[in-house]
Every structure is written in structure tokens, then in C-alpha cells.
Design a binder for this molecule. Structure first.
Ligand code: GDP
Length: 297
């Protein structure tokens, strides 16, 4: 499971202070050194680590904490609170339109999990929010991508709008929205093309689809297993498209957790959902509070 090693190390570092009745500066310094190392080892962005450890240290060294009856527990509380803040504090839902069709555009690199998460989101929104989704195949460069979305649609019994590979994604998005209105689909999920690397042509195309589709949400799908690369990718997509949130995928794998702990702070993009497996029901709303508790045990 994700974060196992980070979790073990952080818990180990904190145990050293929880057992003590009294704490001095040296104890805090020693603990912070281990916290810093465990975060760096989990591939958390170094600037984030620095800021995090400075903040925890400053709070932990406060008079009130050191002189309290259970200073160790206070320190654990501080670390917990800061971890939660780091990942965004509150959970973010999707901004549904009060009336009419809500449009979600999924963007991300190839292989990040866009198509799978188009299906997961459709399934989730149908079950949790009673939505009537339409999925749109706007990746015209890989015929296999269209087939894959159609397969997902069949599995879930969710309609898929596609026009093959000869029509531009902008045109596909336009027609898809018309069809959604006609068929009273109140949720449209657009699966866009990804590339192995970010390039200008991809971004231009995504910009154009964005202009036409006027999405309520642009969700960036990022593979948590790629660590700091995920953060870099998120940063460039956000700069170009002003995304509204991220879906962190493959958190079921043995990712060290760096992406989850850095994306929000580095890019400002909130993590809205997490993917926890290949099956189409493996999606959850991302709750920073629960994630912090999971990491600290
Ligand atoms: P796309 O190219 O961005 O559309 O990515 P796909 O949706 O095709 O996903 C790429 C691969 O990652 C597929 O084999 C998926 O089954 C797998 N995948 C997607 N999401 C998850 C996840 O949350 N956990 C795991 N373990 N695998 C995932």
C-alpha cells in the first residue's frame, strides 16, 4: 500500500517523543531531523519539506507545548495538523451546475489513468449524485483509446459519444454537448488525448476544447507512482489550462507518497479524488484529514 514506508518512519520518529514526559529543544531537533529524512526519502519536494519542518519545529518549540503535561502528544498533533494542511485541509467536491449540464474535462499524460477515471467518475457520480453521465471520446490519435472508453462504457452501461479519429476534438466536444442536451445527460465527461510528454500541440488542442466545452471542472489525472514528475506535470498543465483539481491515481501501488504530499503546496491545485485500483469502483474523494491519519497511524 502507498505510504507504508513513510508511515513507518514518521511513526518511528514521533514515538521517540511521545514516550517522554518532558521534552527539550534537543529532543525536538532530533525528531525533526528524522521527520525531514523520512519526507525526503518519500520523494516529497525539498522546498515543501523545508517549509513543513520549519513550521512544525516553530510550533513544537513553543512554551506551551514544551511545558504541557503531554508534550509528545502535542507534537504529534502538530505534525498531524501540518500534514493535513499540506494536502489541502478540506475535501473538495465537484462544482455541479445547478441547472443544465455539468462538464468535466479530464487531462493528463498518456497512461496516467484518464480513460479509467472517466469511467470511475461516471460511475461514482451516477451512484452518489444521481447524475446521468455521457462520456466523450476526444482522443483521436489513438484508436485504441476510443475502443477502451467504449469498453468502459459498456461495462458500466454509460453512453459514450465518439466520432472516430477523423473529426477534430473541438468538433467532437461541440457535438457531444448538443447530444447531452438532447438526451438530458446532466454530466458530460470528456476524455482528452494525452502524450508521453507535454508538448505545445497538445496544450493548444486542450485550450481549444476548453474554449468550446467551457468545462465546470478541468481535472488533471496524475500518476502518483511517478513521484516528483507528477508534480512537474501538474505544474505545467495548471499553468496552461488553469485546472480546477487533480485526480491522483494508482495510490494503491507502492508509491512513496511524494506526489500526494507536494502537489497542493507546489502547484496550488487541490487533489479532489484518488484512484485506488484498476477496477471501475476504485475511486474515492481525497480527504487530507483522513490521509494524514492514515500516514500517522
Ligand atoms: P490514459 O492513457 O491516461 O487514458 O490511462 P488509462 O486509463 O488507459 O490507464 C493506464 C493504465 O493504468 C491502465 O492499465 C489502467 O488499468 C491503470 N490504472 C488506472 N488507474 C489506476 C489506479 O488507480 N490504480 C492502478 N493500480 N492502476 C490504474
Amino acid at each position: 500500500m502507498a505510504f507504508d514506508s513513510l508511515s513507518d518512519r514518521l511513526q518511528g520518529a514521533l514515538k521517540k517523543v511521545t514516550g517522554k514526559g518532558k521534552l527539550n529543544e534537543k529532543d525536538i531537533e532530533n525528531m525533526m531531523r528524522e521527520v525531514r529524512l523520512s519526507l525526503l526519502e518519500a520523494d516529497v519536494n525539498y522546498k515543501v519539506v523545508k517549509q513543513f519542518t520549519n513550521e512544525v519545529k516553530e510550533k513544537a518549540l513553543g512554551e506551551k507545548v514544551l511545558k504541557s503535561l503531554s508534550p509528545g502528544q502535542q507534537v504529534v498533533k502538530i505534525v498531524h495538523e501540518e500534514l493535513k494542511q499540506l494536502m489541502g485541509e478540506d475535501a473538495h467536491g465537484v462544482a455541479f451546475k445547478g441547472h443544465g449540464t455539468t462538464v468535466i474535462m479530464l487531462v493528463g499524460l498518456q497512461g496516467a489513468g484518464k480513460t479509467t477515471h472517466a469511467g470511475k467518475l461516471a460511475n461514482y457520480m451516477r451512484k452518489k449524485h444521481n447524475k446521468k453521465p455521457l462520456m466523450v471520446a476526444a482522443d483521436i490519435y489513438r484508436p485504441a483509446a476510443i475502443d477502451q472508453l467504449e469498453t468502459v462504457g459498456k461495462q458500466l452501461n454509460v453512453p459514450v459519444f465518439s466520432m472516430g479519429t477523423d473529426v477534430s476534438p473541438v468538433e467532437i466536444a461541440k457535438k457531444a454537448l448538443q447530444q447531452a442536451t438532447e438526451n438530458k445527460n446532466d454530466l458530460v465527461i470528456i476524455d482528452t488525448a494525452g502524450r508521453l510528454h507535454i508538448d505545445e500541440a497538445l496544450m493548444d488542442e486542450l485550450q481549444q476544447v476548453k474554449e468550446i466545452a467551457k468545462p465546470d471542472e478541468i481535472l488533471l489525472t496524475v500518476d502518483a507512482m511517478t513521484g516528483q514528475d507528477a508534480v512537474t506535470v501538474a505544474d505545467s498543465f495548471h499553468k496552461q489550462l488553469n485546472v480546477t483539481g487533480a485526480i491522483l491515481t494508482k495510490l494503491d501501488g507502492d508509491t512513496r507518497g511524494g506526489a500526494a504530499l507536494s502537489i497542493r503546496k507546489v502547484t496550488g491545485v487541490p487533489i479532489k479524488f484518488m484512484g485506488l485500483g484498476e477496477q471501475l469502483d476504485k475511486i474515492e474523494v481525497f480527504h487530507p484529514e483522513r490521509m494524514a491519519s492514515r500516514i500517522l497511524g
